[in-house]
Design a protein around this ligand. Structure first.
Ligand code: AMP
Ligand code: GLY
Length: 427
């Protein structure tokens, strides 16, 4: 089969690495891709926001199956457009992608189906939102309704902070003016991510993971797109995975089926594991980045037939096999990230690093420049490793980081600390 992956990050490199290894793959393309993806696939300089250009390429290159990485094209309806043109595509329709595209939509769906999530209200006016915040008290969480590239959530410790967040969102502080916000109670517990493939009716659990969103060691500093991750999340025991499937994922898939807009693709549940059990923080309708990089390392089975089965409504009898190991990734970012940073700085030592036992390096913001790999974004590399424990995976990943010679890059030194502390307590 001829396969096209859409996207250019570490997530897409991991998907390309896995799909390139499938015996079903004849030719793999990625648009627009990056320097690492170019080792697995032919990169095509397409603007993936231009759906007609993507369709034209698919027809030209006789693409049999498209895998969409990021949320923006999903929420913009690229799956609907490709499918309407007769091109089989992995991912949810525009309607179903509202699970990520509108927080209010998801909260209402949860309420109507008794899916555990924080108590909330939706607001279109700052004054009413502030009245609610004053009545409810702090801490409290203020969220823009639509996509905000990870910047649309403020966990406010005080009422004043919440009021400032409301003003910021309604006055265009996130770029576009928010036209609706959600205010919800603050949940207390440990966060985890959970991934399931869905075919509109059946949901097949993939794996759990945890990521580190803050830029500095000790989970300090501003939020980022993610500085590292590991899988599985030790807090996600078999029993907890089952509760998440029964109480959150399956009711969601069934609710969307009943509404006549079945969800096909990967459902990524952001969870808070509270003392009363799992609560949904939010849904994403795509693979996580950097969680996918580590989940792919643990997947023994061929990914491609599972993605096709999700698209075709055939997951019911599907099974996936996994390595029992843990996997961990350390993100290397350009100095200054998540603020301003330099592009074009040279990275050496990648081949030596990738030769270490259990190590795999996935590229995010990189490009080739006269035979060198240069940084081309904020988050630049995912240095990943498998190990028998999270501690072993961590040691291997940092051994690889230390072989990489990139003066203008940095990484956190404590990825996995929470899981490793749990492993040590168990001994
Ligand atoms: P989101 O963009 O919805 O994933 O939110 C970003 C982060 O905000 C989450 O990963 C949580 O750390 C935090 N957060 C969001 N909603 C809540 C909540 N109701 N209670 C506590 N923390 C939250
Ligand atoms: N790692 C979080 C995300 O992909 O949104």
């Amino acid at each position: 089969m001829n396969i096209l992956i859409l996207g250019s990050g570490g997530r897409e490199h991991a998907l390309a690495w896995k799909i390139a290894a499938s015996p079903l793959t004849t030719k793999l393309y990625c648009a627009p891709g990056n320097a690492g993806i170019a080792q697995e696939a032919e990169c095509v300089a397409l603007d993936i926001a231009d759906h007609q250009a993507v369709i034209a390429f698919c027809k030209d290159a006789k693409i049999d199956f498209v895998v969409v990485g990021p949320e923006v094209p999903l929420v913009a309806g690229i799956v609907d457009d490709l499918e309407a043109a007769g091109i089989k595509t992995f991912g949810p329709t525009k309607w179903a992608a509202r699970l990520e595209g509108s927080k209010g939509f998801t909260k209402d769906l949860c309420k109507a189906n008794n899916i555990p999530t924080a108590a909330y209200e939706r607001f279109k006016s700052g004054d009413l939102a502030k009245d609610y915040v004053r009545k409810r008290g702090a801490p409290i969480v203020v969220k823009a309704d639509g996509l905000a590239a990870g910047k649309g959530v403020v966990v406010a410790a005080t009422v004043e902070e919440a009021e400032a967040a409301i003003d910021m969102m309604f006055s265009g502080g996130l770029g576009d003016k928010a036209w609706e916000i959600v205010i919800e109670d603050c949940l207390v517990g440990e966060e985890a991510s959970f991934f399931a493939l869905c075919d509109g009716d059946t949901a097949l659990p993939l794996a759990s993971a945890q990521d580190h969103k803050r830029v500095f060691d000790g989970d300090k500093g501003p939020n980022t797109g993610g500085m590292g991750a590991y899988t599985p999340a030790p807090i996600m025991t078999e029993a907890m995975n089952k509760r998440v499937m029964d109480e959150i994922v399956i009711p969601t898939v069934q609710a969307l089926k009943k509404a006549g807009a079945p969800f096909k693709g990967v459902l990524f549940a952001g969870l808070m594991i509270t003392k009363d059990g799992p609560q949904l923080i939010e849904y994403n309708v795509r693979f996580g980045d950097p969680e996918t990089q580590v989940i792919m390392l643990r997947m023994m089975s061929d990914l491609l037939p599972a993605l096709i089965a999700a698209r075709d409504g055939q997951l019911k009898h599907f099974d996936l096999r996994w390595y029992p190991d843990a996997a961990l990734t350390v993100v290397m970012a350009a100095k200054g990230y998540p603020g301003s940073y330099k592009k074009g700085t040279v990275i050496n030592g990648l081949d030596q690093a990738a030769q270490l036992d259990g190590v795999e390096i996935f590229h995010a913001g990189t490009r080739s420049d006269n035979g060198s790999i240069v940084a081309n974004g904020g988050r630049v590399l995912n240095v990943c490793a498998r190990g028998k424990t999270v501690a072993e995976a961590q040691a291997r990943a940092y051994a690889a980081v230390d072989k990489i010679d990139w003066q203008d890059g940095f990484c956190r030194r404590d990825i996995g600390w929470q899981a490793i502390a749990r492993e040590q307590n168990r001994r």
